[in-house]
Design a protein. Sequence first.
Length: 399
Amino acid sequence: MTPEPGTAPGYRRIVAKFGTNLLTSGGERLDSAILGSLVSQVAALRRAGVEMLVVTSGAIAAGRDVLGGEGKRKDIPYKQMLAAVGQGRLMQQYSELFAGHGLHVAQALITKGDLDNREGYLNVRNTLEGLLELGIVPIINENDVVDIREIGGAVFGDNDRLSAAVANLVAADLLAILSDIDGLFTADPRTDAAARLIPRVERIDAAIVALAGGVGSQRGRGGMAAKVDAAKMATDSGIPVIVANGHAANVLMRVAGGEAIGTLFAPARSKVGSRRRWMVAGLSTHGAIVVDDGAARALAAQNKSLLPAGVQAVEGAFARGDLVEIRDARGTRLGRGLTNYSAADLEKIKGARSADIGRLLGYAYGDEVVHRNDLVLLTEQGAAAGQAAAMPCGDKATM
């Protein structure tokens, strides 16, 4: 049953991907009615307390809309020009539609290299996390003007794989991939009348991949094969994925409310395990941060992020993004985490207020030395056994 307005959704953070065929309704131009409906649903979920990120296709289609007609050129430079023209038009429509619901949007153009590089990965993640904290809806697309590989089909593939990468980046609770396809079928429904929708996939194996191989789309670059590939990326990180038809009435609200619609790909493992297992093992630890008693209590008992005010000392040489050990002044191991600042930077800002980071360094990568989402806590017994303490979401330390 469709959730009533105001019903608390079952997810705290959702990444929604809108495909080209959905946004154009299979035509040459953006379908303003469909776009308006999707934005209304995202806004309704945002008002209900769900943090929403949108990975959108449609820039090339929007550029084609501006320039008129299909055009005869099919080469990559021309598609890059269409993307350059259309990206502004696409964002303008998103901005105006969300403004009608009292919401602001922010554009984030990402290439695969941004996420492959550790520093770029942290920069993108911190930006998206900051936007969500401000209540802003990030609108994300691959930078087709710069990275021609995605247009040629060699990178993410119609933004499906990008949406999975973003879901993992921000530790989303759900990835909803919306297109003009109802989900994964037992056969191609366009040619086989006996094809049946598969409502749930517990494990993406060779048989599931084979089912998806032949179902493509006319204007989008992805098709079902790319969607299943994206689902495997996300479910391997502990994130459930739903592939559904974006034309279905109120589809996002129904998905968020737990209604069985489309195909649900179940997570292959718990999100905590996949995100933190390698940090608990500590095989790649590069140094240590020593914290005072107040920070130790905030980390262990209150699930806070580590701020520079609580840092007493720095051990070893490590770079931004490295895995470091966190200890108290008596040498007790409290946890491990990914640091936002290098050892050299921490020597300059240890003991300082977060507000002073920019003045002391000349730049800042955020208030946190180690964000709570990039931190595992170790008990005395658990540290020896290699076990992580459970960490629900919490607020930043204010010490």
